[in-house]
Design a protein around this ligand. Structure first.
Ligand code: PLP
Length: 636
């Protein structure tokens, strides 16, 4: 899409430009005033003006970055998932039910987990845990009646002890054996005459997922039992008279599975195993199809890494139909279907809003005029600039590269002054900009010029840390939709990548979602002096918070839950203030009071040595103490 300032730019253009109809379907809209609206229940008549929320928080003293949560969207997602399975069960006359469980590792935040359990009450939403600590949490939480607690992850005797506490609390706990060695502590319990929990087995299927998490499945995966191991484990349980404890078979072929055929293949293979285990006379009641239900982050509905080529309903249909078909062929009962969808339930409910604090400008307006007394290399670059045409741009650009390298050598050897170097750099910059402009007239633009264009674009400096708030972008290049949350009725006339405020060159976002291709730059508005310019990073509710780190000691951001009441009024229902410098320092073993004491001692010494007045020493100590209590991000 080409936009020029003179075009009449409408909010519909903004919706198309940022792909709202794709990844933003259902939850996002733009008001006629060009402000982003969030629809937590997926209804256009119940909207929250995102920018107003941010402005109100700012007035209350909470500046960006802020994480906005919309808990009602968690409810909408649970309803969507459970509704899709209910429809599929009805459609295929499936003779059993569906139980969703939320993998708690996807987002441990109390407000998220409790919100999901609250909205999931009507669908008996349970929890999946992957460690003893997670199980301790699940044991204590108010989980819906009839819901399951699925215990994955590596287990020892203490993990089993926690499982037994949860069972005694009346929870339906199923301990899933991931590896043969986990059986031994269970058998030890039986030998000691103690009750053993209900058991499941994680299968290592031949089928693999697709996309970035593909290696979670398949023969070489870290998890699950091979067929031989499964047969052996069942044999051991039989020997101990414990086959009755087996209740569930489980598989997980990876997160964000991009292709539906991979899910179908895994369902078919796992149901075949289920059927054969049933035929051994074991009453396996549940078949757990794991997670993997993906999100359409780029809105393309394709099998690209940032998308999925299926809908939630198609997923549910294929799971239900696939299981019922094999069960009928094998003449075994339909199992209760369990799924562990995490990303699908949590991703949509939150967005990170940050503000732009500066622009590293890529495009210089005009090349410098020479006075005539410059070094020859400067004059040569000037000549190249003036002689470049649409026909010779490639060759002249290459000449420009050569002269630029010579210029740097001359400078290193002390044969070029600082002013001449500055002029030469500005000229080379102008040559590059002109070459990129000419390259666009060609039918095929060479990679060299596409890369050059990316290097020349603006960089908007955003007040956040990629490492803390979007770790999957840093670690895995995962794409998230990003867009301004206001000014969407104005043409975005700049193109830029985004850099964070950490001191790390990896703290940059230079790939952006687009339904047709991955974009190297985001269309943005010029920043107006004295006015905040806010950008939203969308669909960040799954995995990002739990994986974030404290790079450069940038800590957790302010965190607000925002809900719409019955009358359409916006209410902040939960607030968690972002971490202060003292809090992030504490994570690494530094106590705020020790640091203050050290600083005060040195200031007093400096005052005694007459390097400063006692008043100045007291003022500096006071300022240091105050700063330890500040938010770690840039101030208002
Ligand atoms: N279950 C298990 C065992 C997992 O390891 C994961 C995450 O990879 C999930 C469920 C959740 O997957 P997703 O978030 O893709 O639904």
């Amino acid at each position: 899409m080409n936009i020029s300032i003179t075009d009449r730019f409408r909010v519909e253009d903004a919706a198309e430009l940022y792909g709202l109809d794709g990844w933003g379907r259902r939850y996002f809209a733009i008001s006629p005033e060009g402000r982003l609206q969030f629809q937590p229940e997926g209804q256009p008549d119940r909207q929250i003006d995102v920018c107003t929320v941010v402005e109100t928080l700012r007035e209350r003293g909470f500046s960006a970055p802020v994480l906005l949560r919309f808990p009602q969207a968690l409810g909408t997602q649970v309803d969507t998932l459970a509704g899709a399975f209910a429809a599929a069960i009805n459609e295929y006359n499936y003779c059993s039910t569906y139980r969703p469980v939320f993998p708690i590792k996807v987002n441990h935040q109390r407000s998220v987990v409790e919100g999901l359990l609250r909205f999931g009450q009507r669908h008996s939403l349970g929890l999946e845990v992957g460690s003893r600590s997670e199980l301790m949490l699940a044991a204590a939480l108010d989980t819906p009646k009839d819901s399951l607690i699925i215990c994955n992850g590596f287990k020892d005797a203490e993990y089993l002890a926690t499982a037994s506490i949860a069972s005694r609390l009346g929870k339906r706990v199923i301990v899933v054996i991931e590896k043969p060695f986990e059986l031994e502590p269970l058998l030890a319990l039986a030998r000691d005459g103690k009750p053993i929990p209900q058991l499941g087995f994680r299968l290592r299927l031949q089928a693999r997922g697709s996309g970035m998490w593909e290696k979670s499945g398949g023969f070489a995966s870290k998890f699950g039992l091979t067929t031989a191991e499964l047969v052996d484990c069942l044999g051991q349980l039989k020997e101990h008279g414990l086959l009755d404890a087996v209740r569930l078979l489980h598989f997980h072929i990876g997160s964000q599975v991009t292709e539906i055929r991979k899910i179908k293949a895994a369902v078919e293979e796992a149901t075949r195993v289920y059927s054969r285990v049933c035929k051994l006379g074991i009453e396996v009641r549940y078949l757990d199809v794991g997670g993997g239900l993906g999100i359409d982050y780029d809105g393309s509905r394709t099998s690209s890494d940032a998308s999925v080529n299926y809908s939630v309903q198609e997923y549910a249909n294929d799971v239900v139909f696939g299981i019922s078909e094999v069960c009928e062929q094998e003449n075994v009962p339909h199992p209760i279907i369990v799924s562990e969808s995490g990303r699908m339930l949590a991703a949509h409910h939150s967005m990170l809003v940050t503000d732009v604090r500066g622009v590293i400008s890529g495009v210089e307006q005009s090349p410098p005029r020479l006075a005539g007394n410059e070094h020859q290399i400067v004059k040569d670059l000037d000549e190249i600039y003036r002689e470049m045409t649409v026909k010779n741009f490639r060759e002249t650009y290459h000449d420009g590269l050569e002269y630029r390298d010579q210029m740097h050598s001359l400078f290193r050897l002390g044969m070029l002054g600082l002013e001449d170097r500055a002029l030469a750099e500005r000229l080379f910059f102008a040559i590059a900009v002109r070459a990129v402009a000419h390259s666009k007239t060609a039918k095929f633009v060479a990679d060299e010029f596409l890369e050059l264009e990316t290097k020349l674009q603006d960089k908007y400096i955003c007040n956040f840390s990629v490492f803390q708030s979007l770790p999957d972008h840093w670690a895995l290049d995962q794409l998230f939709p990003v867009m301004p949350i206001h000014r969407l009725d104005e043409p975005p006339t700049r193109r830029a990548s985004l850099v964070d405020i950490t001191c790390d060159s990896d703290g940059e976002i230079d790939k952006f979602v687009d339904p047709r291709k991955i974009k190297g730059a985001l269309d943005l508005h010029p920043v107006i002096n004295g006015q905040p310019y806010y950008l939203g990073f969308m669909l960040v509710g799954a995995y990002q918070e739990t994986m974030g780190d404290l790079h450069n000691l940038f800590g957790c951001v302010h965190d607000f839950s925002v809900e719409l009441d019955r009358n359409g009024e916006v209410r902040t229902t939960h607030t968690s203030t972002g971490e202060t410098a003292a809090e992030t320092l504490r994570c690494f073993g530094y106590s705020g009071s020790d640091l203050i004491e050290q600083v005060e001692t040195r200031l007093q010494e400096a005052a005694r040595a007459d390097d400063m007045s006692p008043e100045e020493a007291t003022g500096l100590a006071e300022s240091y103490r105050r700063q330890l209590g500040l938010y770690t991000y840039l101030d208002k």
